[in-house]
Design a binder for this molecule. Sequence first.
Ligand code: ADP
Ligand code: MG
Length: 609
Amino acid sequence: MSDLIQLLPDHVANQIAAGEVVQRPASVVKELLENSIDAGATTITLLLKKAGKTLIQVIDDGKGMSPTDARLCFERHATSKIRDAKDLFDLHTKGFRGEALASISAVAHVELKTKQEGEELGVAIKNEGNTIVSQEMIQTAKGTSIAVKNLFFNIPVRRNFMGGDKEEQRHIVNEFKRVALVHPQISFILYHNDRELYNLKSSNLRQRIVGIFGAKTDTKLVPINEETDILTVKGFVMKPEFAKKRRGDQFLFVNDRFIKNDYLNHAIVTAFEGLIESKSYPGYFLYLTVPPNTIDINIHPTKTEVEFDNKKALYAMLRATIKHSLGQYSVAPVLDFNRDASLDTPYEFKDKTPQKPQITVDRNFNPFKDDDTEQMNISKPSHSNFKKTRDTGNWESLYADLESDIAKTDTEQNLFDTELNKTPKTYQIQNKYIVSSIKSGIVLIHQSAAHQRIIYEDFLSKLENENGNSQQLLFPTKINLPKEDIGNIYAIKSQLEAIGFVFDEFTMEYIMISGIPTLLSESELETIFEQLLTDMKEELPNATLDYKAKTAESLAKSVCIKTGKQLNPVEQEDLVNRLFSCTEPTVSPSGKLTFKTLTLEQIDKIFKN
Ligand code: ADP
Ligand code: MG
């Protein structure tokens, strides 16, 4: 049998490749604009006829091409941007595959005019379906003009599959915006059917956004700025009240490329949680910069997906950064530490008219029944900076169990039998539980769970008031961590600082700590960070993650008194008193029961018979 395999002729190969690169007029627009940017243009003009179906022309004032390069640029894999494979890891240009012009000229009539700086004459070349049909020397301005006419002239199927003019125009304008948003310093002008649609002057980013989206946008923007070794985030988010019902103006760029990434989008959107209605979309213009070797750069020309090495860390950082900025610009009252969040109207009720309180009469009310409970106004020690509005859970029931003579008293100390001396009697059982007698019976306390609760509330209060005391370390401690873990710690950096941590350095490989909260000891640092990381990882990406609470919980878990620790009477007493000064003494932050009371009645029952 004869051999069957043949090499495809170039023009067929190019047409097949073109099918991938050139999907619609907008793809041509993107490639041409990017070439002009790579050529160092300061002004780029885009002319369209019939949504690009009959003409797409890009004129730039960039560096131009020599006559030889002008011929070569239509060849497949002809590029001036990389020389060998290692250049791929240090890309500074938009293009590098050398495919765009070859693909475009395979499926259209292309007219190229170009001249380099300082040359008398430039060159004009016509290329139709990958065949050069003419070449001449001409008078022309410095820079390059490429006109793409009659797109898909030789592929009727493709021509028929193009959308209507409106649709194709929309795609083009989207590409145009994406490119213009990354290069505010370059002037962009767009004409469609001789009408000027955009005339964007060289400007800064904010002015560029306003230039594209209208003057009203200016007051809607909240700046985002965060710089670390792993990630730089710049740009703006729209204030929450301007969130839209339809996914509108969401622009995410990574290393100056527009990308779509559901994962990072989720991080951004959840930073708005509680500030926007659940089915609305916040606007954003965010520019991330990551080290080029941490993303997959071999991006297909028409694809906008990117893969990141350490995406969990990026997620956490991005979300934390935006939350923080929203808080700083006080567009996020619930994030304002100095205000009581419980006083804010929940979003769903904001626009509703308040209802008049209903008066209901309890006809069974008997003023003489349970007289004493009226005065059961037991105040809690002044420790609590906490919001009194918090659910106090079962704690109140501890009072309810009490006999009325106790209920009249006004401090919790009196919960305990104080006949013999002023301190309640406590006993430690198996280095695990503490028992104490109270008027109504006994209380059994789980020492570790109880102490976790105490420390947790203490940390949380420091976090909310940002007044954690710090002890300076004699020598700064270096903690080495993998990149991803650094990201997770970074996400709670401001929380850790509020509690009393002082970071000297925060790099991709390690952190240097020169101060720690007074409650902690230096020898515990490693364990504390291990615990923090395990807890953070478990929670990420968790839309409802409350970093403050989580940090406090995790630290409490590391430093609390553990089961097995012997406590002297003073320590036992202290633990009991502090537990009952907590806002929510009944459970540990992770939900474990901290104490249980046994009433005399219950004890009596045990001994009946
Ligand atoms: P790539 O951009 O991947 O290199 P292209 O097919 O888009 O591939 O372009 C091929 C080459 O043509 C580029 O590397 C560049 O040298 C040259 N070129 C294309 N457009 C321009 C332009 N507007 N100004 C100057 N040179 C250009
Ligand atoms: Mg290119």
